[in-house]
Structures are given as C-alpha cells and as structure tokens.
Design a binder for this molecule. Structure first.
Ligand SMILES: [Zn+2]
Length: 125
C-alpha cells in the first residue's frame, strides 16, 4: 500500500499529515511506520527536533501521481559491533539497491557512506 503518516507532537495543537508518500506491504505498514517515527525520535539528541507520535497511516488513493519514496531496507552486515578509535559502529547494506551505511553507538539512524551522501540517495530506487 501507499500511504502518508499522520503525526503529532507537543508543540502543535493539531496532528498533521506529512507530505512524503511511503510504500510498504499492507500487513506490516503500521508497524513499519511506527518504527520510522521511532527512528526519527531516536535521532533527536543528535539532529534536534521534537518527539513525534504516530496517529495513523492514511492510504493514498489509487492512481495518485506523486512519486513514491521508498526508504532503504538496511541489513546489518557485521556480526560483531566494530570499533574505530573510541567509536563503536555497525555497517549496513540496503537489500534493494546495495548502498552502504553505518550506524554509530546505540543510534538506529544510518549515515550513508561517502559515495551515497548526497540527498538523491536519501530514498531507495
Ligand atoms: Zn536502497
């Protein structure tokens, strides 16, 4: 299904609908969306922001033409957490497009490796 997220935070009086359209299997879309919001919240200590809560997922009507943005599907590629200096990290590869990324410490957010830093690689093909 294609859908958008309706979310809320403590700053705004009303929930709002995000403009990004996501695509995911029907049966797990809700859990996946919750995980996406969790990843956003987990990134706040590093990137700033206000914690959000997922209100609901809103299916997009069939035939809408706006382009779908699919996130990468990361798979951890190291069995044991790696260390560089005093930083611990894991390496990940996207199952779909093969780009690689790292996550540092306990953070679940992924930092794309050098060849894929630019925003055009933010979402999967
Ligand atoms: Zn990908």
């Amino acid at each position: 299904m294609r859908f958008r997220l309706k979310v809320k935070d403590d700053l705004r009086a009303e929930p709002w609908i995000e403009s990004t359209i996501y695509e995911h299997e029907d049966s797990t879309a809700r859990a996946w969306a919750e995980d996406l919001v969790k990843q956003y919240n987990d990134g706040i200590p590093r990137f700033g922001g206000v914690p959000r809560t997922l209100v609901e997922i809103l299916p997009e009507p069939e035939g809408t033409s706006s382009p779908t943005k699919k996130p990468h599907e990361w798979e951890k590629t190291n069995a044991v957490t790696l260390q560089k200096g005093n930083r611990f990290y894991d390496t990940h590869t996207c199952k779909n497009c093969g780009i690689t990324a790292k996550s540092f410490g306990l953070s679940t957010s992924k930092k794309r490796d050098a060849p894929w830093r630019s925003v055009k690689y933010e979402f999967c093909k």
